[in-house]
Design a binder for this molecule. Structure first.
Ligand code: NOJ
Length: 493
């Protein structure tokens, strides 16, 4: 399968340069890509009939919540410059591009009564350009930019969202199905629900943890499953694509051997919350999550658990609704057990776990991203052993700094993480089929605005033309793709 085989070499480099004893090739059919999302790059926030979404609403009405008081009104202007972006992809040599559709361009009011022809035409032109350049489309239906009118009805906490999402998915399959190979229903449900509804880290900044986040998750999982069934029943035989979900996976490592159960509980609360209903043969939420939340709900005087229950029929219709497991991975932490006696309803009190980072670990500009490359290999192995998915796609992995073309810390991060990915595939036989670096371009990083940069291409946001310039990491990644192995790089974090 790996025609180039494995090349072993033993070269020791001078201090500060990464030493590798073995250098592995990625399989011939492995797909390299990059990832972006609609609100973060498109701009054109009110053009061609697009409606307002929750990020337009938040940035326009609560400007102080964004670190540099910026917004995505123009962002990278990719709505107009998509051909230029695709030329960059071509130059990098990627074979897959992960992007998202903006729901409010297709249904400006969220409610499914009349798709916007201009929004559809835009994405058709974009997909045709990708195809003309031989780049496979991996499309996310929902990457956080919910139409504002749906939010006003409660957003993901209102069960009414399920048919709205289903109709949006159907229109997307109908219009774009022949041009999209991989579909991702939802990007990072944990961040949508726990951070958007259970904290104030993301729109809609609801901050009602232990209640709203669980309600949000319940509807979101059902919406995902219905979209899967629509594709499976009506479009799969026509277009032969694949459809799945992308979950954000932090690796939680036991701090000491006695913390193993704690680490597993933390994986279940964070990853299993989303993966257990979809990827296990029992389905439903993880048992430990049901048990801990029910126990604390009783102590708090609730008549029923704050975690909603699926009916058996729902459990059965959610199980197996993913052709692949999409993983966004950035970082890892050590965990220990935390006995939390307070009676608050917070998610982090429900799981009773304390997470810590080692002081010696490097950090990105975003302090939550610690540089722990071995955690990537561990989580990939854990996913395969726990859920046995037929395919894993790494739909995001990346590092933020404060900008600049000589992004040596990003090269070092990518180099080390790609080595661990390669080892997981070649040595551990984990079935990872693609990798998308976050991100192609510097872009709007949610509440961090343009302060923290994730791009392999710099974007000059002070210039109305938004010129793109390759950074050292783009050149590094281009070599990895061309050589199909990581090769040498300077390790600085
Ligand atoms: C994951 C999200 O999907 C993406 O939108 C975000 O920019 C990156 N994490 C970095 O925080």
């Amino acid at each position: 399968m790996w025609t180039k085989g494995i090349l072993f070499f033993t070269i020791y480099f001078v201090k500060g340069i990464h030493c590798e004893l073995s250098n592995l090739y990625f399989p011939d059919d492995f797909l390299f890509g990059t990832a972006t999302s609609s609100y973060q790059i498109e701009g054109a926030w009110n053009e061609d009939g697009k409606g307002e979404n929750i990020w337009d609403h938040l940035t326009h009405n609560h400007t102080h919540l964004i670190r540099d008081r910026s917004n995505g009104d123009i962002a990278c202007d990719s709505y107009h410059k998509y051909k230029e972006d695709i030329a960059l992809l071509k130059d990098l040599g990627v074979s897959v591009y992960r992007f998202s559709f903006s729901w409010s361009r297709i249904f400006p009011h969220g409610h499914p009564y009349k798709p916007n022809p201009a929004g559809i035409a835009h994405y058709v032109a974009f997909l045709d350009e990708l195809a003309a350049n031989n780049i496979t489309a991996m499309a996310t239906l929902f990457h956080w930019d919910l139409p504002q009118p749906l939010q006003e009805l409660g957003g993901w906490t209102n069960p009414r969202i399920v048919p709205c999402f289903a109709e949006y998915a159907k229109v997307a399959f109908e219009n774009f199905g022949s041009k999209v190979k991989y579909w991702i229903t939802v990007n990072e449900p944990h961040q949508v629900c726990q951070e958007g509804y259970g904290s104030d880290n993301l729109a809609p900044v609801l901050n009602m943890s232990g209640i709203a986040d669980y309600q949000c998750g319940h509807n979101l999982i059902k919406a995902h499953a219905i979209a899967y069934h629509i594709y499976n029943d009506t479009y799969r035989h026509l277009y032969n694509g694949k459809i799945g979900i992308t979950i954000h996976g932090i690796w939680y490592e036991p701090q000491t051997p006695k913390d193993e159960e704690t680490a597993d509980r933390m994986m279940q609360f964070n990853f299993g919350w989303w993966a257990h209903p979809i990827f296990t043969s029992q389905g439903d939420y993880p048992a430990v999550m049901k048990e801990y939340i029910a126990k604390r709900s009783t102590l708090q005087g609730y008549k029923r658990s704050r975690l909603p229950e699926f009916t058996q029929e729902e459990i059965d219709s959610i199980k197996g609704t993913s052709d692949f497991l999409g993983l966004n991975h950035y970082t890892s932490y050590f965990v220990t057990d935390a006995k939390i006696n307070n009676l608050d309803t917070h998610f982090s009190s429900d799981h009773q776990v304390q997470a810590n980072a080692k002081i010696s670990w490097g950090s990105a500009a975003a302090p939550w991203i610690k540089v722990v490359p071995w955690g990537f290999r561990k989580i990939l192995n854990w996913l395969q052993n726990t859920y046995n998915p037929s395919e894993i796609h790494v739909t995001e992995n990346g590092f933020s700094d404060h900008g600049g073309l000589n992004d040596t810390t990003r090269v070092s991060y990518f180099g080390q993480y790609l080595q661990n990915l390669n080892a997981a595939i070649v040595l551990d036989k984990v079935r990872v089929k693609s990798y998308a670096a976050w991100s192609l371009l510097d872009n709007f990083e949610w509440l961090d605005g343009y302060v923290n940069r994730f791009g392999m291409y710099d974007v000059d946001f002070s210039d109305p033309n938004r010129p793109r310039t390759p950074k050292a990491s783009a050149l590094f990644y281009k070599d990895v793709i061309r050589n199909r192995r990581v090769g040498e790089f300077v390790k600085v974090n």
